[in-house]
Write a protein that binds this ligand. Structure first.
Ligand SMILES: [Mg+2]
Length: 385
């Protein structure tokens, strides 16, 4: 089986749906076509669609020159072929994210060729019930990222807590509150309100979105969050320097989490070794694809760290995330932006086409490849370029 064509198309909710309320901004998707029929799909989160269109899907484009005509083999070979071509370019940023998306699409094709789900080909299940949050089976547990239209104070508390209540009624079991752009006391108060309304039985994460600039303030907040059984404390500081993370890790028992922007295993090594981050959060495309994510799992495992993959994008990317989690023995949770509480028709339809969440968990996929079928009519109705 050979790769014959790379295709790029762009979908989105359109300008009338506010991205701050969950609207999907123009999102480039890639499809890898083969001479034998199977095609592989991925999305390219956070890369301007024009950049993807300029480098994928045309006869003289950078990635077409590397992949067209190539035999579909183990994806690691094609990953290395693309990576080696970056020797004298930037080897980070948009380039690696596009490589990552193509790698996911190649895994999708490879799985279909071998008639096996991708998680089996990554190495099979290496987790047991004792590696899931409550020891309740081997499914994948999504944690719901909650946002609000407003930040700080009562309106933020009310919105995020009521969304969590609604999702808990639907069976979701893990939640991440997001007190962005808020005062230190509001961060603690939101976690407190969550516990007060939803009790102690559910898992709670706190993501402050790079809120702090000094270690003492973050340490004071972390100490108060320790009382509220917080599973991890995400991105207290900007991500460019791991040093404050290491300082904070020495002062709190809360596991620190970061990695949503992390590209390549080298950045994740730095987060874990210099930053003492014990929960890393690769996006399956941004980090450099499933091939790179598997390496990150191995590095985390050797260090006693967890991998809780990030995904604030759609369930096209979410499908790839599920395969990594099914394989990984150090992944109790994956991030999930539940369409039920976002004002995005596209997000809703893409989630409905993806792997269902039953009683707060996603079963291991059984279909060959990634197994996400993008309904043609969604791609047509939401196409923006
Ligand atoms: Mg985050």
């Amino acid at each position: 089986m050979k790769i014959t064509r790379l295709e790029v198309f762009v979908i989105g909710d359109g300008p009338e749906i506010d991205p701050d309320k969950g609207g999907v901004e123009p999102l480039a998707c890639v499809r890898v076509h083969t001479d034998d029929g199977p095609t592989g799909l991925s999305e390219v989160f956070r890369v301007p669609p024009g950049v993807v269109q300029a480098t994928v899907g045309g006869p003289e484009t950078h990635f077409d020159r590397l992949l067209i005509g190539q035999e579909v083999t183990h994806p690691e070979r094609l990953w290395q072929r693309m990576w080696d071509a970056f020797m004298h370019t930037n080897r980070r940023g948009w380039e690696i994210i596009i490589l990552g998306a193509l790698d996911v699409a190649v895994w999708d094709v490879y799985g279909q060729m071998l008639k096996r789900p991708v998680w089996e080909l990554l190495g099979g299940v290496q987790r047991g019930p004792f590696q899931t949050p409550a020891g309740e089976g081997t499914g994948i547990t999504p944690y719901c990222t909650l946002v609000s239209d407003v930040w700080g104070g009562e309106p933020m508390f009310a919105q995020q807590v009521s969304r969590a209540e609604r999702l808990a009624q639907l069976g979701y079991r893990a939640f991440q509150v997001e007190p962005m752009m808020s005062s230190p006391s509001d961060v603690v108060e939101l976690a407190r309100r969550f516990r007060k309304s939803l009790g102690d039985g559910l898992t709670l994460m706190v993501d402050v979105g790079y809120l702090f600039h000094d270690v003492p303030t973050a340490a004071r907040v972390a100490r108060q969050l320790e009382e509220l059984d917080v599973f991890f404390f995400e991105t207290p500081f900007p991500v460019d320097s791991p040093a404050p993370y290491a300082e904070l890790a020495a002062r709190t028992s809360l596991p620190l989490a970061m990695g949503e922007h992390g590209v390549t295993r080298w950045e994740f090594l730095d987060l874990m070794d210099r930053g003492r981050v014990s929960v890393v959060q690769p996006y399956m495309t941004t980090c450099g694809g499933l091939t790179e994510a598997k390496r990150i799992v191995e590095l985390a495992r050797a260090r006693g760290a967890m991998v809780c993959p990030g995904n604030w994008s759609t369930q096209i990317l979410g499908a790839a995330t599920v395969h990594l989690a099914a394989y990984s023995p150090v992944t109790p949770f994956i991030e999930f932006a539940p369409a039920e509480v976002y004002e995005s028709p596209l997000r809703r339809e893409l989630q409905a086409a993806g792997f269902p969440v039953h009683n707060g968990a996603i079963s291991f996929p059984e279909r060959p490849g990634i197994g996400y079928d993008l309904p043609t009519d969604i791609a047509t109705r939401f196409r923006v370029a």
